[in-house]
Design a protein around this ligand. Structure first.
Ligand SMILES: [Zn+2]
Length: 111
């Protein structure tokens, strides 16, 4: 790994984090609903009516947001980015702490 400074790690992180927008954290679910219409083609074919939901749970705060079908792709991408963001935070933390330690070593040698 490169011998980077904490500032360089920050610059790298800012650059990477920008690519991960939009971001969401939760579980994205698809459920098929059947409707009450007796002659519904979608229900007869067994396709039903897809209902997309984003489930968000943070400690004691849990909520579900209904997602219109045309936004499903975007929300799914956001959830996927959310997972990537967590990985990025792990990597950033590792590089940052290592850079901090190197900086400390350099400071010590100066004295
Ligand atoms: Zn139906």
């Amino acid at each position: 790994m490169k011998r980077e400074t904490p500032e360089q790690v920050f610059e790298w992180f800012k650059n990477e984090v920008q690519k991960l927008w939009p971001v969401a954290k939760g579980s994205f679910g698809l459920r098929k609903n059947t409707c009450v219409r007796s002659d519904c083609k979608a229900c007869k074919k067994g396709k039903g009516h897809p209902v997309y939901t984003l489930h968000i749970g943070v400690k004691d705060r849990k909520t579900s947001i209904y997602i219109p079908e045309e936004l499903a792709g975007t929300v799914e991408k956001a959830v996927s980015n959310g997972r990537e963001l967590e990985k990025l935070a792990v990597l950033a933390g590792e590089r940052y702490v290592k850079a901090l330690k190197r900086e400390r070593e350099r400071e010590r040698k100066k004295k």
